[in-house]
Design a binder for this molecule. Structure first.
Ligand code: PEP
Ligand code: MN
Length: 337
């Protein structure tokens, strides 16, 4: 339910109502707006009826949220949310560019790729220390050692870093080294992991599962936000279809849907979305046109030697060219890089 307060309502009114929501076993949510305060109550809505909040003098009206997801819906929060990574406001008029290798492979290799990300003018560094691989025989990542390498390179170049967390036991370690978590496609419905991330404070980039609907993705985001961590960014990274020419089918119409249904920022990952190096830059440009707030792109200093995802990783010169090309598209869309 959303409880819209009158413009004259005080902070004390809001606090008192939030307390009553919490006392009846529902999760209270405070969504301060520019003109008035909106409160939310998550959980069994029948319990709220007993409070008769519609007759409270500070309350203008009480509305039901019709979507099955509540805290992440635009019904609950009509203004777009901005989530800060490092000091970059994701979801603002600035278009966010994240670059880096699929996996952290060591200090020297990461440094080489990260220098290209930095000199191109991109805003953050990616790299997996824990890699969820289809085959148990493939490189599984450097683990904690990889997190340390990522932090060191990130500090050296003043680029905030993003890395994947694959299990609950690693949440604390990943949070202590990285500036933002990534939840991979294979873990989008790992509800225990999502709940644990809801108790963390760093931002979470939540990737769409390869067989997940837009509603499934929003319900997964709800697991995180309803636990208290509001810093969630959604990411379209392609879904499985009958198409064989690309690794996945990048569903850019999902970006339009997500922006309409939710207030959360939305990124596009054209690397996993296509799996083909030459399609990455055009799809990144298209991401701007369809209203995405940024892109997550794999690049490697020497893709033929990459431990994973070399075929979809941009060469250094291609990454630089992509950032330059994105500037023109961003300009046309009224965004800045
Ligand atoms: C990745 O970003 O390297 C990755 C494994 O992504 P996804 O979960 O989208 O496959
Ligand atoms: Mn990858």
């Amino acid at each position: 339910m959303i409880i819209i307060l009158r413009p004259s309502a005080s902070q004390a009114d809001a606090d008192q109502i939030l307390q009553r929501i919490s006392d009846c076993g529902l999760k209270p949510l405070c969504l301060p707006g520019t003109e008035r305060v909106v409160l939310g109550a998550l959980g069994d809505e029948r319990k709220l009826g007993a409070l008769h909040l519609e007759s409270h003098p500070a309350v203008e009206r009480v509305d039901a949220v019709l979507a099955p997801y509540k805290a992440v819906s635009r019904e609950m929060h009509s203004a777009s949310s901005v989530v800060t990574i490092g000091d970059f406001p994701v979801g603002s008029d600035r278009f966010f560019i994240v670059g880096g290798p699929c996996a952290v492979e060591g200090l020297d290799p990461l440094r080489l790729s990260a220098k290209v990300v930095k000199s191109s003018g991109a805003h953050a560094l990616r790299g997996g220390a824990f890699k969820p691989r289809t085959s148990p025989y493939s490189f599984q990542g450097m683990g904690i050692e990889g997190l340390k390498v990522l932090r060191q390179v990130s500090d050296e170049l003043s680029l905030p870093c993003i890395t994947e967390v694959v299990e609950v036991a690693d949440v604390e370690a990943v949070e202590s080294y990285a500036d933002a978590f990534q939840v991979g496609a294979r873990n989008m419905q790992n509800f225990r992991l999502l709940t644990a991330l809801g108790k963390a404070t760093k931002p979470v980039i939540l990737k769409r599962g390869m067989a997940a609907s837009v509603e499934d993705l929003l319900m997964a985001a709800e697991y995180i936000v309803s636990e208290g961590n509001q810093n969630v960014i959604l990411c379209e990274r392609g879904i499985r279809t009958f198409e064989k020419g690309t690794r996945n089918t990048l569903d850019l119409s999902a970006v339009c849907q997500l922006k309409k249904l939710s207030h959360l920022p939305v990124l596009v990952d054209p690397s996993h979305g296509t799996g083909v190096r030459e399609y990455v830059t055009p799809m990144a440009c298209a991401a701007i046109a369809c209203g995405a707030d940024g892109v997550l792109v794999e690049t490697h200093h020497c893709p033929q030697e990459a431990f994973s995802d070399g075929a979809q990783s941009l060469l250094p010169a291609q990454f630089e060219a992509m950032v330059n090309q994105l500037k023109a598209f961003a300009d046309a869309a009224g965004r800045v890089i």
